[in-house]
Each structure stands twice: as C-alpha cells, then as structure tokens.
Design a protein. Structure first.
Lengths: 238, 439
C-alpha cells in the first residue's frame, strides 16, 4: 500500500515492504508485517493505533533507531539499511529531532546544556552551540531559565526544553512520541501549538505518534497501524 | 562529540555522586598508597646501600676466602685446616659459609694469579675490653674491632682515616663510645689514648695501647658498632692472642683482600669478573663489597615483594570497587545513554565516556595515594631520623623519585581504565530503544 506521491518529488522517507520481527522460533513476534509507506517533505503525519499495534516500532524504524528484519528504508534517496551504526548515528544527529513522552532530560545538567546536547554530540564548539541553544530557548520563551537545572522545571517547561533541543540542529524531521501524553490539556495545547508553528513556519516534517484524536486531527495525514499493518492512510482534504 | 567535551562530561559525571566516587577512589588509593610507599622505601634503602658501597669499599677490591669441599648432603668432611671458633665466625660474616683458613702458600698462589696487583691479609682479632688510659678499672667497655682494609674509607664524625702503613697503633672508634667515655662531642675523643685488653691462649690478660685518630659514624655493613684498627695495631693484638702457638699456626688468615689491576681499555667490572673466575678455578671465592651487600639487598627485596603483593591485593579489591560502581552507574543512567545514542552519539564515544569516568576515578586515587605520602615524606623522614633511625645517619628511608610518582600514577590509571572497560562496554552495547523504553 504505497502512498501516492503528490508531486514528482522523491519522498523524504520511504519504507519498502518492511518486516520487523522480535525474538526467534516459537516466541517470535512480528511487530510490523510488510509495511510500505512514503513520507514527503513538509508533511505532518500522525501515527495512530491501539497499544501494541506497532506504532512505536514504526516510529523507531522510521527514525533509524532500529533496523528492519527485512525490507528497506530510504532517506533522501539513500538506502539506510546499508549504513553502519555510526553512519546511522550521524544521520540521526544531522537530520532528526526527537520529542519523547518522558522528556528524557539530563537532570544534573543546565537547561542550556540539555538544549545544546545534539550540537555537543555533533562536535560544535561551546560558544556556537550555546548561542544557538539560547536562540532556540528564546523562540520557546525559556531564555530566562537557561542556567537553571533541568530538574527544577515544570512538566510543560520541560517539554518545551525538549522541543528546543529537537530543533537546535535544524532538523528535516521531528519525531514526537506522545508529546502531550504527560501534560495537562492547557500545557499540552502550548506544546502542540509550538510543534505546528515549527511545521508551518520552517517546513519541518512532523511524525507524531499519539493516542489523542484531537492532536491527530491537526495533522495533514493520519496513518492507522493495526496488528503490524497499515490499516488506513488518510489525507486531510486541502 | 569533541574529546574536550567528552572529558568535561566525564569529569562532571564523576562528581555527580561525590560520596560514591570518593569511596571508590579511596579503595584504589589504599593500594596506590601501599605501592608508592613501598617503592619509595625500597628506593631509600637502595640508595643508602649504594652510598655505603661508595664509602666503604672500592670496586676493584675482592674479599677472598677458601670454601671447604662439601660432600653430597652438604655436610663438610672434617678437615684439620678448616677454620674454627672466632676465625670461622669472621669468615662466615663475609657470607662464605664454611671456609678453610688461608696459609702462606695460599697467599703466594693468590699473588701469582693474573690480574691481581696486591694481596692484603685480613686477620681476625678481638679484644676483651677498651678503656681510656688513666681511667678507673670500672670504666672498661666491650668493643668489637676489625682491621682496616686498603682502599676503604670510613664515614667519619671527627678526626681522620687510620694510616694502615703507620708503625704507630691507631684506632678509629665508633661514635657511641663518645658518650660511653663521658665526653661531650666526637672531636674530644680524637687524640686520646686507649688501652685494649687482650687475652693470650692461656687466658692471661695483657694490654695494648692505641691512639684514637678518628671517630666513625655507623654504616649498614656493621650490625653493631665496630672499631677499625690499622695494620700495626692489628698485628700487635694478634701477637698477644696467638702467643705461644707454633709458627705455622700463627700464619693463618680467615680472609684475604685482593686488589684487581685493570688493563688498558678494560672496564673494572670485566677485570674483576675475570679475576673472580680465575680465583674460582684455583679453589677460592672472591666477592666484591657489592656482592657481600647483595645479601642485604636480597633481604630488602624479599620484604619489598611481600609489600608489593599486599598492594596488588588492595588494587585488585579496589578495581572490583570501580567495576561495581560503574556498573551501577550504567544501570542508573540507562535512559541517558539511550538518549545520547538516539541523538547520534556513537557506541565508541559512549565507551570512551565511561572509560574516561573510570580514568578520572583512577587519577583521583593516584592523587590521594601518591601525592599525600610524597608530600608527607620529608616530615616522616625527619621524625624517623630523630627517633628510631637515629643510628643510621644519612638514611632517607622514604625517598620518592619522579620515576616512582609517574610510574605508580600511570599504573593506577591503567588499572582503573581496565576495570572500567567492562561497564563501558556494557554502556556502549545498550540499544537506544531499549534504553529509552526503560522506566
């Protein structure tokens, strides 16, 4: 079930007949079964489905955090299954931003250190990465918290720090796994608005895994995963 | 990630849990402390022995004895010429075990050996007492004596070396006798005349007088304070103690001192070992002062090996502590490791990060276990040389060298690194997804 290309442009990410199996023999479990999906540049895609349907596995494979058992994943025309672990790490560092449900901040570091982390890993020098981290924090209205410890922030603030971290390397794609799952509705709203304004203003592709139908409805496209297969793939009418 | 950032991160991670890091570092530091102190003491003793060799013996002098032939079980066959009593004791002191006395024939043989320039006989003599001339008979004291050896200079507290060729009776007394004779300082004793009590073979006491020309500081080679005599005095004492013995019995010596001559372009070591070989072929044993002192060294080395073994045990225990601490740390930071890997940190860099943390712990241990004793060493040495080691002037017991400090520090850091490889490999092997899923 390959999704059609709206233009002649090559897709940003393409999954071709991807199978992901965990375990071996009788205990083997197929999390994704013959999945083929293309995600185009600038789309906002919601991945929905029940718990255990394979949403997270889909995201981990798409974000190159895991490798498929068979099939191929192509990023910007490059077959990623042929890349080494360290090449994949570099691709993730250059191309992707990550927002996780549980924030995953380094609690003893400052807010600024946390936001700058992708650039630290990339080997950018301290002055440049701190300047860019400060700009990212300004964008999210958290520049006055830059030197606080990450553990001293509220949940909403933490998630905005995570978004600042996700966009600091100017990624092509931001992967968000239940970004509002741990937040109250008002704070969740702020986080949603931030993500969609980045999508709108900077053309960043969003891939959001969510249970929340309201959040899913805001995306251009909704892919429903059921029993390891793509059950439906709907685009919002423009 | 740049190496500089990696190091900074490793240091900040190490200090995240200060108490745990300090306790882990302390365990290794105990090993480092034992090791560095042991090596420093060994260094101190060895340089003291070297100084002693330089001051008491010349490199070209061999002490010659004639070992008795032994049968299979190592028990010597009876030999009427074998040394007995005090002469055997004196010969045994030079480390030769059971020996035969040297006769005039032996002296001639020694002189004829190629490479030998001088043969000097060493008589074994003893006195019953020493007293200052003119003092009361209550003021008699026991004295160990030994003949002076050519080419050997004594460490002096006052006065001068005995003149071995002088016809006058000259003696150098150990510094301890200054107080014994009720004098204030060593120079007062120089120039005084002493009476030495000597028994002849029938037990009759005679006295020999001698002039004190010098006062000596103790050295390692004599376990108790020993006075040194010139040849004229040695002969005078010997004549009393051998009075009435037949001539062939008089001309016997426990040891002889042989001076080796060096040919052009030949090192002293080569010349000495050639002469040693020839002596051995002729049935004698020639030992340098270095070899005689080798026994002291062997004793110190045995103690050293034992202490190093203790240090090794402490280091093994300490490195288990590092492994345990870092494994706990890896477990606690599973999510953080997952995040770093998801954001693009390679496995190799994760390994490097945790290895650096163990190196930081190792460096802390080295600092505590080496720098503290190195800084404290001068005070400890000062306290020791004014207390228990006051009899051994010139001995710096704890002697740190840059080599010891650098070597032990490098070893501790290497051990810490090795201990860190297991936890670091475990961290590097974490799957980013498993790590992020961890709750």
């Amino acid at each position: 079930m390959t999704s059609p290309h709206p233009s002649g442009e090559q897709p940003l990410i393409r999954l071709d007949d991807v199978i992901k199996r965990y375990g071996q023999g009788d205990s083997a479990f197929t999390a994704l079964n013959h999945v083929s999906v293309s995600i185009n540049k600038g789309e906002s895609v919601a991945i929905i489905g029940k718990s255990g349907a394979g949403k997270s596995t889909f995201m981990h494979l798409t974000a190159l955090l895991d490798t498929p058992t068979s099939g191929s994943i192509t990023l910007n025309g490059t077959n990623t299954t042929k890349l080494s672990a360290s090449q994949l790490a570099k691709v993730r560092n250059d191309t992707f931003g990550f927002v996780f449900q549980q924030f995953f901040l380094i609690t003893n570091g400052s807010v600024l250190d946390n936001v700058a982390l992708p650039l630290t890993i990339a080997g950018v020098n301290r002055r440049r990465r701190e300047r860019r981290a400060m700009n990212a924090l300004k964008l999210l209205g958290l520049d006055n918290k830059a030197h606080n410890k990450a553990s001293d922030l509220s949940g909403g603030q933490k998630q905005r720090v995570v978004i600042a971290r996700a966009l600091i390397n100017e990624p092509d794609v931001i992967f968000a796994d239940e970004p509002t799952g741990n937040l109250d509705s008002a704070t969740g709203q702020v986080v949603e608005d931030t993500l969609f304004s980045l999508h709108r203003d900077r053309g960043i592709t969003l891939v959001i895994v969510t249970h929340d139908p309201d959040l899913a409805a805001k995306c251009d496209r909704q892919i429903t995963i059921a029993d390891g297969r793509v059950a439906s793939d709907e685009r919002k009418a423009l | 990630m740049k190496t500089r950032d990696l190091i900074a991160t490793a240091i900040s991670n190490t200090f995240r849990n200060r108490l745990r890091t300090s306790l882990t570092a302390l365990a290794i530091a105990i090993g480092a402390f034992t090791l560095s102190l042991t090596l420093a003491v060994n260094n101190g003793l060895n340089s003291y022995i070297d100084e002693t060799i330089a001051s008491v013996g010349s490199e070209d002098t061999l002490t010659v004895t004639k070992p008795t032939e032994t049968v299979e079980d190592g028990i010597a066959k009876y030999d009427p010429d074998a040394a007995s009593g005090m002469e055997a004791g004196a010969a045994a002191m030079s480390g030769s075990g059971s020996v035969e006395l040297l006769t005039q024939d032996d002296m001639n043989t020694l002189r004829s050996i190629e490479g030998v320039s001088q043969v000097h006989t060493v008589r074994s003599v003893s006195v019953d007492y020493v007293q200052l001339q003119g003092s009361s008979d209550d003021d008699r004291w026991v004295l160990n004596i030994s003949p002076g050896i050519p080419g050997v200079s004594l460490p002096l507290a006052a006065g001068e070396q005995p003149d071995l060729n002088s016809q006058d009776h000259q003696i150098v007394l150990p510094r301890d006798y200054v107080k014994t004779f009720g004098l204030e300082n060593a120079s007062e004793l120089v120039g005084k005349t002493v009476e030495l009590g000597v028994s002849d073979p029938t037990g009759t006491m005679e006295t020999v007088t001698a002039k004190v020309v010098g006062v000596s500081d103790p050295v390692l080679t004599s376990s108790s304070a020993t006075a040194t005599l010139n040849t004229a005095l040695t002969d005078a004492i010997y004549n009393v103690s051998a009075k009435g013995l037949p001539d062939d019995q008089k001309q016997r010596w426990a040891t002889a001192s042989v001076t080796v001559e060096t040919e052009d372009g030949q090192s002293i070591e080569d010349a000495v070992s050639q002469v040693q070989q020839r002596l051995s072929d002729a049935g004698y044993r020639g030992q340098t002062i270095n070899e005689i002192l080798g026994q002291f060294r062997a004793f110190f080395d045995a103690i050293l090996i034992m202490l190093v073994a203790f240090a090794a045990i402490a280091l093994v225990a300490g490195s288990l502590g590092i492994i345990n601490t870092l494994l706990m740390s890896v477990q606690e930071r599973t999510r953080e490791i997952g995040l770093l890997k998801a954001l693009g940190l390679t496995s190799r860099r994760v390994f490097a990060l945790f290895s650096l943390e163990s190196i930081v712990i190792g460096a802390l241990s080295a600092a505590v276990g080496i720098v503290i004793p190195a800084v404290a060493a001068p005070w400890i040495n000062h306290a020791l040389s004014n207390g228990p080691l006051a009899d051994l002037p010139g001995l710096t017991l704890i002697s740190f060298s840059p080599g010891i400090i650098a070597g032990v520090a490098a070893l501790i850091i290497a051990i810490a690194f090795l201990a860190g490889t297991l936890p670091a490999a475990r961290a590097a092997g974490k799957d980013p997804i498993e790590a992020l899923r961890y709750e």
